[in-house]
Ligand binder design. Structure first.
Ligand code: ZN
Length: 360
């Protein structure tokens, strides 16, 4: 992904001043929210976590080991149309097949500044019959650099690993949902070719998402359980939740779209609740503050959601703002990952998906 090319030095200075202002505002918000949570407790808000919350926020040694094993398989150079890219693709496809998800590979070829390349988007669906879909998305390709092997830990090996491990952790509940619900289901899209081969332009970037959004928009709905206003496969997407640039310490995520503000608020509410019950790993007195209200948050970030957003799909863009310190640098090779942060986000997303699907 890239910040919009409309940015120039004056805008960057403005962004710096605004960021400073936001940081000071957030500091005030943290202070005031800690006093308001005390008021909440007096007003009778639950003071102890229930067993369900405890159960689904518990990450045991097995979970942590599995996460690292999966990450290890993805955290390799995976430039489009190379053998190690094919290995990662096969690993993801097998992973989803083993969970008994329905997997489609959306393959296509197109010209790039480095010649003709073959791309494959991976689309996994829990229950293909269900009309509507909550989509969890990331990109699994890594950026080509001529002078070093780029591993892209936050970009986007960790986001893709988080999605796969979330499916495994929630598997019993998701299978139950599959058998009981034909209205809505979970879908996973792992995009190929997000990165530019050379310089980011409209043509040299977002290869996979541009292809898939156009294709889904041209296909009639394949479910016979859909209401009449759902005409295309694209219409079946209730929301596309795109994870990107996640894995370093203290990320901040902003809400960019009014249509998904409620969902963003849901994430924020879960974070506050887990903080209140001390269910997150933190050594700061005020707890974590990942999902915050960011003033002036209009998205200038070009990422895989853009082709879908242009066609009217609801978007929740979970991307660290500002970008991680090692973005598109050799240092984004895993050594700067902050596992307590990743674990905390896993816990928040687990509860979020279970609650969105009404499974707890
Ligand atoms: Zn990138």
């Amino acid at each position: 992904m890239v910040l919009s090319r409309r940015n120039n030095p004056i805008i960057l200075i403005l962004i710096f001043i605004i960021s400073l202002f936001i940081t000071l505002s957030l500091y005030n918000i943290v202070l005031s929210s800690s006093s308001s949570s005390k008021r909440d407790n007096k007003a009778g808000v639950e003071t102890k976590p229930d067993q369900t919350l405890k159960q689904w926020t518990k990450l045991n040694n097995d979970d942590l080991q599995r996460f690292n094993q999966t990450l290890k398989r993805i955290l390799v150079p995976r430039v489009v149309d190379t053998p190690s890219h094919a290995n990662v693709k096969n690993f993801i496809v097998n992973y989803l097949n083993n969970l008994e998800w329905t997997v489609e590979q959306d393959e296509f070829e197109t010209n790039t500044p480095m010649g003709r390349k073959k791309f494959t988007n991976i689309v996994g669906t829990l229950n293909p019959q269900a009309c509507k879909r909550i989509v969890l998305a990331c990109h699994y390709d890594s950026k080509y650099f001529p002078d070093f092997d780029f591993l892209g830990a936050t970009d986007s090996a960790v986001p893709c690993t988080m999605i796969l491990e979330l499916l495994r952790k929630l598997d019993p509940k998701l299978k139950q949902h599959k058998n009981q619900n034909d209205d809505i289901t979970l879908q996973v899209i792992m995009f190929d070719g997000e990165e530019a081969f050379q310089r980011w332009t409209n043509d040299d970037s977002l290869y996979g998402s541009r292809h898939l959004a156009a294709r889904l928009n041209s296909l009639s709905s394949r479910s016979n359980l859909c209401p009449r206003n759902v005409e295309t496969e694209l219409d079946r997407i209730q929301v596309l939740i795109l994870l990107d640039l996640i894995g370093e310490a203290s990320p901040r995520f902003c809400s960019y779209y009014s249509k998904t503000q409620k969902m963003f608020d849901h994430l924020s509410r879960i974070e506050r609740k887990l903080n209140r019950f001390k269910l997150l790993e933190t050594n700061r007195l005020s707890g974590t503050n990942y999902f915050s209200r960011c003033p002036f948050s209009t998205s200038e970030i070009e990422d895989d959601h853009i082709p879908f957003q242009k066609l009217g799909v609801n978007i929740l863009h979970i991307i660290s703002t500002p970008f991680p310190l090692n973005w598109h640098l050799e240092g984004d090779d895993g050594r700067n990952l902050h596992h307590p942060t990743i674990n905390n986000l896993m816990k928040i997303f687990q509860i979020f998906i279970l609650e969105e699907l009404k499974l707890i």
